[in-house]
Write a protein that binds this ligand. Structure first.
Ligand code: HEM
Ligand code: NAG
Length: 514
């Protein structure tokens, strides 16, 4: 009897201590004077693990919760881990830009030794990130975009072929555009013709889909990689499945060797990366010449090439195809806007003999507005993340962010805030006229992030999206097919903003000469 009592007492004490400990952890923000979201930590966790809602929905939910309380910033927990979310746009600006030195890293998973493909620009930290960003920046100048332009336009041939083959029928536009951007990235980043538009079973497309396709395990890994990267590292869990990483490693190795052996040069990212590997600089880098950058230090290794090509693939194909997909969907619903845009496209092309050129893409100002309105309503990365790398006092408050604190920037929340965008669900490109833009805070539109860690390939992402839209809208008219489930829901299991299910559009070829 006595033993049992002691045992019971021990258990009770244990339970009590655990309770105190958990309570203490979940008191983190309150004791620091920050309001906490009403969404419970357990709910947050279950939503993520069981893909009950999407990353976009979660960001929106938190943002709306804080905004409705009229607060400038707030805290929340996943499991027992505290996160910080700024709501006020000046605070967003401080974190992304003004006080960037305190928020250099994203704090996502990376393991250079075990998972060499994960050591890419998106996940690298501190000095390593800074050096690589510096080396890669010349890869994305407007000069380089011009050089690659032809390669991008070449991929529209496959797009037209595929559409013409299905003429008179409806089309699963998400799938078609996913194949289009796969071809572009395959061609520009890896220098291979993957022809996934012709052959949807092409291995390159399969591997891309596989990487993004989410099951329970993959979901859990995504979640861990973003929220608890150290756990993955400690237990040696590779984020990138081994077969996918070996596929890409071999692909890049073969390409580089082939080009070096046969002295093949192509106008693509791979060529620029090879040049960085061998020479440590890009030929026309006047800036580097002027600053007498040490070329040897600047060389990149084979693994680094592969990791960068991989992140171009990962960050490049899904973001742009999602943008085009949502854009065409909105145009199919808003016929007047579609008509106005088509008129601009056809008139501009006609002025240049019907050809898409680098220059005439930039003359299309309404297209720019339409794309930005799409990126507003459907930002491909719905939330940005940063980690506090140096203790930071939130300006104008007593709240201190400790080193290691995770910060989530609610992009989609901001983009759908009626304070900045009245009637936020309405698709209205006129929000992006010069005049209307001026009336808004600069940080009310951040689809590419901001500050030193802004999307390095912003220009390329916009360019390939524009080229795809020009190619389609100049030749076909779109409307929504009954099979599309409306209103569109965000796909729960995906980090990148995507539609749940297919988006089916009806299309009609526009007679030539109209
Ligand atoms: C419409 C298309 C695209 C969108 C909306 C987009 C959006 C973004 C966003 C939001 C970030 C994070 C920025 C931040 O944290 O402040 C990012 C980073 C990045 N993106 Fe993009 N992106 C697009 C296309 C591309 C393409 C085509 C590539 C490559 C060819 C690319 C490569 C990258 C890389 C490497 C980073 C990490 C940059 C760094 O940490 O220094 N993106 N992108
Ligand atoms: C659209 O967004 C891009 C990238 O943020 C920007 O450079 C461009 O000026 C914007 N255009 C319009 C019309 O808002």
């Amino acid at each position: 009897m006595e033993i049992l009592n002691t045992f019971n007492l021990l258990v009770l004490t244990g339970v009590f201590l655990i309770y105190k400990w958990v309570n203490n952890k979940l008191n983190y923000w309150k004791s620091r004077g920050l309001q906490v979201s009403d969404i419970s930590p357990l709910e947050n966790l279950l939503n993520i693990i069981f893909a009950r809602n999407s990353f976009a929905d979660r960001g929106l939910e938190l943002y709306t919760d804080f905004k409705s309380k009229g607060i400038e910033h707030g805290g929340f927990y996943i499991l027992l881990k505290p996160f910080y979310m700024p709501i006020n746009l000046d605070l967003v600006k401080s974190i992304l830009q003004v006080d960037f030195q305190h928020f250099v890293d994203r704090g996502v998973y990376m393991d250079e030794k075990n998972d060499p493909l994960s050591a890419h620009l998106f996940s690298l930290t501190g000095k390593k990130w800074k050096n690589l960003r510096y080396k890669l920046t010349p890869t994305f100048t407007s000069g380089k975009m011009k050089m690659m332009f032809e390669t991008v336009v070449d991929c529209t041939k496959g797009l037209h072929k595929l559409m013409d083959k299905t003429n008179g029928k409806e089309v699963d536009i998400k799938d078609v555009l996913g194949r289009f951007t796969t071809d572009i990235i395959g061609s520009c980043a890896f220098g291979i013709e993957c022809n996934s538009l012709e052959d949807p079973k092409s291995i390159f497309r399969q591997k891309g889909k596989e990487f993004f396709e989410a099951d329970l395990i993959r979901n859990a890994k995504f979640f861990m990689a973003f929220s608890f990267p150290q756990f993955m590292k400690t237990f040696n869990i590779a984020f990138i499945p081994r077969d996918i990483s070996s596929f890409f490693m071999n692909l890049v190795k073969d390409t580089v060797e082939y080009r070096e052996k046969n002295n093949v040069k192509r106008k693509d990212f791979m060529q620029l990366l090879i040049q960085l590997k061998n020479e440590g600089k890009l030929v026309d880098d006047e800036k580097m010449e002027a600053e007498k950058i040490n070329e040897d230090e600047n060389r990149i290794t084979m693994n680094e090439i592969t990791a960068q090509a991989f992140v171009f693939f990962q960050a490049g194909f899904e973001t742009s195809s999602t943008t085009m997909t949502f854009c065409l969907y909105e145009l199919a619903r808003n016929k007047e806007i579609q008509k106005k845009l088509r008129t601009e496209i056809i008139q501009t092309l006609d002025r240049h003999g019907g050809k898409i050129t680098y220059e005439n893409v930039h003359e299309m100002t309404y297209l720019d507005q339409v794309i930005n309105e799409t990126l507003r309503k459907y930002p491909p990365l719905p939330n940005l993340n940063r980690i506090c790398t140096k203790e930071y006092k939130i300006p104008g408050t007593d709240v201190i962010l400790e080193k290691g604190m995770q910060v989530m920037i609610p992009v989609v929340g901001i983009h759908r805030d009626p304070e900045y965008y009245p009637d936020p669900d309405k698709f209205d490109p006129d929000r992006f006229t010069e005049e209307n833009k001026k009336s808004r805070h600069h940080f009310s539109f951040i689809p590419f992030g901001e500050g030193p860690r802004i999307c390095i390939a912003l220009r390329f992402g916009v360019l390939q999206s524009k080229v795809g839209l020009i190619a389609l809208l100049s030749k076909y008219e779109f409307s929504v097919n009954k099979k599309t489930v409306e209103p569109i829901q965000f796909k729960a299991s995906s980090i990148v903003t995507a539609a749940e299910g297919e988006i089916w559009l009806d299309f009609k070829k526009i007679p030539e000469g109209n």
